[in-house]
Design a protein around this ligand. Sequence first.
Ligand SMILES: NC(=O)C1=CN([C@@H]2O[C@H](COP(=O)(O)OP(=O)(O)OC[C@H]3O[C@@H](n4cnc5c(N)ncnc54)[C@H](OP(=O)(O)O)[C@@H]3O)[C@@H](O)[C@H]2O)C=CC1
Ligand SMILES: O=C(CO)COP(=O)(O)O
Length: 338
Amino acid sequence: MSQQRRARIAVLGGGAWGTALALTALRAGHATTIWARDPATVEALNLRQENPRYLPGIRLDKGLVSTENLAEALAGADCILAVIPAQTMRDVLQEISGLLPVGAPLVLCAKGIERSTGRLLSEIAREILPETPIAALSGPSFATDVARGLPTAVTVAAQDPALAARLAGLLSSPSFRCYSSTDLTGVEIGGALKNVLAIAAGAVAGAGLGASAQAAMVTRGFVELRRVGAKFGADPETLMGLSGLGDLILTCGSDQSRNFAYGVALGRGDDLSGLKLAEGAATAGIAARIARENEIEAPIIEAVDAILAGRSTIREAVAALMARPLKSETDEDMGRAT
Ligand SMILES: NC(=O)C1=CN([C@@H]2O[C@H](COP(=O)(O)OP(=O)(O)OC[C@H]3O[C@@H](n4cnc5c(N)ncnc54)[C@H](OP(=O)(O)O)[C@@H]3O)[C@@H](O)[C@H]2O)C=CC1
Ligand SMILES: O=C(CO)COP(=O)(O)O
């Protein structure tokens, strides 16, 4: 879909993905303001066209504006991109309620499930901002690739098909292609759970268990992602798309993924403190709980949770996975995957 008129876009979050998405909005022709809470980041974005903390070494396009003032960032915005970690989303949405321009859609760009409640980010947003149209953006997209202008495709989902299509048109540019979807839940589940599976794949790599084990882990992990998705009412086709399978392919095999890198460190037995944001570490426990409470078979997600919680070692977890009762690879349970 072609680019739409010049709009005002507010991006909440001056991290790697917030900065990269702000660049895409700018490149799509929109007046774009980043809200960041860190004064040094605001100054670097405004005065030096760089974000040394989160995108070191990347020269940013001219024209990006940043502010520490939330009301200033949101004033007159036609669209708001929420790009802060999933576990902080509730607090930030509470901060912006009362400041949002009427009718301006909120696009959730974080990938995770709220640890304390098991809620998807769209559910939290609807709870706090009942009048605001809600959408989500997800898919295989490393911030550094996007900031460098490398070709990238993602999915933008909203329950209202017209809103999804409008946002896809608004945010697309020659190097950033947005597909639209009405399966908001599916897109959110895919993005949240692939992070947990990327930790599993990284742990297998870090523990030196081999490429074959890694492929098996990703494939069987994808079955679990589809099972959980089915329980939430996600369309299986969505999970086969950019936000499910696409993002798994990207993040389960690349050190560029912070979740994969976290898993590698876990597998090697390295110190995990000081690593970059790995959303899967926060989502694993709640994803495992959701699976248990809904009687969904999700042994890999449960293993990641058990390892992170110190209840199991990687070798014990892998041995337990290998010792599970033999079964058919596919059957009639949920999209034929078991
Ligand atoms: N990086 C990527 O390639 C991609 C990331 N994502 C998703 O985007 C989300 C954000 O990731 P990303 O930008 O990479 O993370 P970063 O760690 O790079 O940046 C996080 C940003 O959020 C800010 N922040 C953290 N907590 C709060 C808070 N309580 N209130 C306000 N601001 C806060 C940080 O501010 P401060 O510096 O002050 O701490 C920082 O600006 C994650 O859910 C991630 O999964 C999705 C696709 C790609
Ligand atoms: O979600 C991402 C790419 O699509 C980024 O992955 P990481 O958060 O693992 O770096």
